[in-house]
Design a protein around this ligand. Structure first.
Ligand SMILES: Cc1ncc(COP(=O)(O)O)c(C=O)c1O
Length: 514
């Protein structure tokens, strides 16, 4: 930098107009890519030169420097701390993403998961040294079965979608065992389903037949009966559904599905709204995944690691994936092969996400049966509080009806303003809130799906409601400035999300010198 003359501003990729020399906005610190700040000659550690050795790579050694950027230790620490401050998280504020159940992750769970006896396990350890861990998995499995009134549970799936795959593979194996594999090739999926449902069915070779929901947002028995036939293997129905509504006809739908010789897969991602209140096994469900990272508060982690155990009915239990747990001579064992087994085989290596199991069991144990029931009631209460507090300004697609754990609005109230759901969501960022889920479910125009969860206090809900009311009134009063360029106060301005999704730049390229 030339301190005599006017210093030049450092290069950054900030899109927002610069109000400051550094690009920082007060304590909101700008941070460049590590490739932009790192240097080839810097390192945070001193590593001794290796002793001379004879290479055994036969001439395949790298000939040039690898080119990774180096930072000193304080620079590296600052880089990652600054990046972490750009994250919005449930520990920073209310996270109203509908369908995602972003609730507080109790620190007790974290403490339990970090106990060395759990955290330091290796999946290849001899079984005799992991008996306690297997006990814990069994205990969690037992509790999941109690809460769902089902017969068997597969603990290995690593996420909800993986659980869907597991449940549908059990269904496929059951149909094949009946000799109907060639005939039953269709899976019924309601229009409003999460995209993973039709994707799962298609992935394992079924074709998907859509079932329309009624004007009330739920699926009718008639609609299911019309879609059923001798070619149908299963229905995949989400309950509570992705519109935040309870599928009231679930028991009759299950009956109709069974009468037609098909199976009932329930997407249990929203189990957090009914745990302790209703048991899927009592409603005729044959298979259901439970997203531990939603209902039982284990963290969502950037696409994993999650856990999506699948509970199975009597009819599907014989087809559960291996390994099965047994207790013999006081020792827990894992059985891979047993005579006459109808298991569809192994779903994944090892036994599931141990850290998630520990957290989920800690959550279940600390809440207890009454606490879990209350958590469902509070989740539903919070969502209805939001629905009612915003209902005079924002429009609800299915009328003024109680919802389950999430409140759904559409964009018809925004029509006269010329603003869109996206404008509204982006303006929430300027207010310090992560937006709600937008444009999902697809069946609702301009959908805004808000899931507050049971862990928000009334004060927190009130502030959120007041903020959204303030924004809604600004929209209705024609204050377009607040929305047009939003977010105005975030480190990045409004991005071209379509282009970012279609033409992602995933690799940093060094700018040409000069
Ligand atoms: C209704 C529904 N089904 C399935 C899934 C898939 O779960 P996962 O993200 O754990 O794969 C989700 C996730 O949000 C969901 O909301």
């Amino acid at each position: 930098m030339n301190v005599q003359g006017r210093p030049t501003q450092p290069e950054t990729t900030v899109a927002a107009p610069r109000a400051t020399f550094t690009g920082n906005r007060g304590l909101d610190l700008e941070e460049a890519l590590i490739f932009e700040t790192g240097r080839l000659d810097a390192t945070g550690v001193d590593i001794d030169e290796p002793a001379p050795f004879a290479s055994r790579l036969g001439g395949h050694e790298r000939q040039s420097a690898i080119g990774l950027p180096g930072l000193s230790e304080p620079e590296a620490v600052r880089h990652y701390v600054r990046l972490s401050r750009n994250n919005y998280s449930i520990d920073a504020g209310l996270y109203p993403l509908g369908s995602c159940t972003m609730k507080h992750n109790p620190r007790l769970n974290e403490k339990m998961a970090r106990l060395p006896g759990f955290a330091d396990l290796h999946p290849l350890q001899p079984l005799s040294t992991v008996q306690g861990a297997l006990d814990l998995i069994e205990e969690l499995a037992r509790r999941l079965l109690t809460m769902t009134a089902m017969s068997a549970v597969a603990m290995t799936p690593k996420a909800g979608a993986h659980g869907e795959l597991c449940g549908m593979m059990a269904i496929k194996a059951a149909i094949a065992a009946r000799g109907e594999g060639a005939q039953r090739r269709v899976v019924l999926v309601p229009d409003s389903a999460h995209g993973t449902n039709p994707a799962t069915a298609a992935l394992i070779g079924f074709s998907v037949r859509a079932v329309p929901a009624g004007d009330d947002g739920i699926v009718s028995v008639e609609a299911v009966k019309n879609a059923l036939g001798p070619d149908v293997a299963a229905i995949m129905l989400t309950n509570p559904n992705t519109c935040g509504l309870f599928e009231r006809h679930i028991a009759e739908i299950a009956e109709a599905v069974h009468a037609a010789g098909a199976y009932f897969y329930c997407d249990g991602a929203n189990f957090n709204a009914i745990v302790g209140k209703a048991r899927p096994g009592d409603l005729g469900v044959d298979a259901m995944h439970i997203n531990l990272h939603k209902t039982f508060s284990t963290p969502h982690g950037g696409g994993g690691p999650g856990a999506g155990p699948v509970v199975l009915s009597d009819r599907l239990a014989p087809f559960a994936p291996v390994p099965l747990f047994t207790l013999k001579d006081g020792m827990r064992r894992l059985v891979e092969h047993s005579a006459g087994s109808q298991s569809f085989g192994r779903l994944s290596a090892f036994h599931g996400q141990m850290g998630m199991f520990v957290r989920a069991l800690a959550f279940i144990g600390s809440y207890g049966a009454d606490g879990l029931k209350q958590s469902s009631e509070d989740a539903v209460l919070s969502a209805n509080y939001i629905r009612v507090c915003l209902g005079d300004l924002m429009s609800a697609p299915f009328g003024d009806r109680p919802c389950m754990h999430e409140a759904l609005f559409d964009d018809s109230w925004l029509k006269p303003t010329g603003l869109t759901t996206l404008d509204f969501a982006k303006a929430m960022i300027d207010e310090g809130y992560h937006p709600m889920t937008v444009y999902f479910p697809l069946v609702v125009h301009g959908a805004m799906l808000i899931e507050p969860t049971e862990t928000e206090s009334k004060a927190s809900l009130d502030l959120f409601v007041m903020t959204l009311r303030d924004l809604a009134l600004a929209a209705l009063e024609g204050n377009r400035d607040r929305f047009a360029a939003a977010p105005r106060l975030a480190p990045r301005r409004r991005l071209d999300e379509t282009r970012a999704a279609r033409q992602p730049i995933l690799r940093w390229t060094k700018p040409a010198a000069g």
